[in-house]
Ligand binder design. Sequence first.
Ligand SMILES: Cc1cc2nc3c(=O)[nH]c(=O)nc-3n(C[C@H](O)[C@H](O)[C@H](O)COP(=O)(O)OP(=O)(O)OC[C@H]3O[C@@H](n4cnc5c(N)ncnc54)[C@H](O)[C@@H]3O)c2cc1C
Length: 445
Amino acid sequence: MYDPLTDSSPGQLANYPDSYWASSFSPTNYPGLQTDIHSDVVVIGGGYTGLSCALHLARQGVEVTLLEANRTGWGCSGRNGGFVLNGTGRLSYLQMQQKWGKQTANLLYRENRAAIDSVAELIEQGEVACDANPGGYLKIAHRAHLVDALKQQARFLQDEFGDPVSFITKERLASDYMQHAYAHGGLLFPYCFGVHPLKLADGYARMASNAGASLYQGNPVTGWQKQADKHVLLTPQAKVTANKVVIATNGYTPNKFHAGIDRRHFPVLSSVIVTEPLSEAQLSACGLKPGVMVMDTRALKYYYRLLPDGRLLFGGRGAIRGKDADKAVYKQRLLAALIDSFPALRHIQLSHFWSGWVSVSLDDYPRINQPEHDNSVYYAMGYCGSGVSFATRAGYRLAQMVTGSEPMPALPYFQSQLTKFPFSPFRRLGLSAFYHWGRLKDEWL
Ligand SMILES: Cc1cc2nc3c(=O)[nH]c(=O)nc-3n(C[C@H](O)[C@H](O)[C@H](O)COP(=O)(O)OP(=O)(O)OC[C@H]3O[C@@H](n4cnc5c(N)ncnc54)[C@H](O)[C@@H]3O)c2cc1C
């Protein structure tokens, strides 16, 4: 599998991974660019960030060309769990308040809720048939001693932001949500919803194209030259000259792609298994309902949801290196965790297993900004594995930045650069140590 830390290109027109999403939907094909062109703005990367940016630029009448190395939604945007969540990064709202103060935390909360709304609005505007499934997001305490912290979190969110979150007792979890071996209580965020992520990416692509953006796939940017104030982007078949460039390659950004973002994020694998449809007996034994999306309080979190056709999607951490991503051991680990959580599913068969690269920032929150010393380049990355809603919003904000149509709100995302990883060649050793620590913590604490 492509490895952004060692490979110089994510490939060219590679097929979608063998995911449940790609097996249940065939996205629209876009042509490859074969001749040299000029475009006012070029967006590199055809995931939610790039597609949303291209859509919002085209809506403002900007001449915009999107270059995708493989296919639209080929990266994380076609591989994720489809959880449309309130937030991004890894900081809790309490941590944000401690770091940046009450007013900024409040603005961040509003921006993140607006991000969810913007996914829903685009789905409605584009009549995107992406199996949008209401039901809410349930964050469960996997240990009894973590329940009090969840209750405090609920009170904090209600008091500070008026969030409609509610606490669900262990008994109600068992009677109304699931028969789970380690669910001691949970928080229900009712406004979060689930989607078919590849259908959503395809819908954004169609909307961007209809709005006037030129989308090309099979065009990896493999070279980047600066000629006076123009950017010349080289792909194997053609080059594009542009006034402005948006980097929307996120966790799939090749090594040493642009000096302004080099070593400023860490691509980490997340993996997913999907089961065969559950039988009536299995469904009633584990009690899961379609629509509800679940994540736990572990250091190494698991996330899962029942899909509309009765399959269970179950995700968690993957391998450390791309070359190991498809090894059976990682699939078996997820299956063991699934059965540990839902013993009634001990004979379940799997239909799919795949992985994708999420972009992790050093300080646990993303940036939407311009690299220092380059006022015609823009980027958004570092979503830390939570980006379906945020990427959609980031694309909208990037488009505003490019045109200067709106000043950015006073939020930390826009006000600093991604922090460089110290000792960056040793990032993977650090990740391995973190996984060992996380396993011990999750088992014993
Ligand atoms: C297994 C998994 C589960 C996840 N689950 C969730 C979830 O349930 N909820 C949630 O909020 N988030 C989830 N995420 C994270 C979420 O999917 C991402 O944050 C989001 O999709 C990022 O979108 P993006 O457009 O920024 O990047 P991507 O979708 O990764 O798109 C980047 C694109 O850039 C292209 N590219 C790279 N280099 C070049 C180049 N040189 N030239 C041209 N093109 C290039 C790639 O081919 C790729 O298509 C998950 C991620 C994974 C991997």
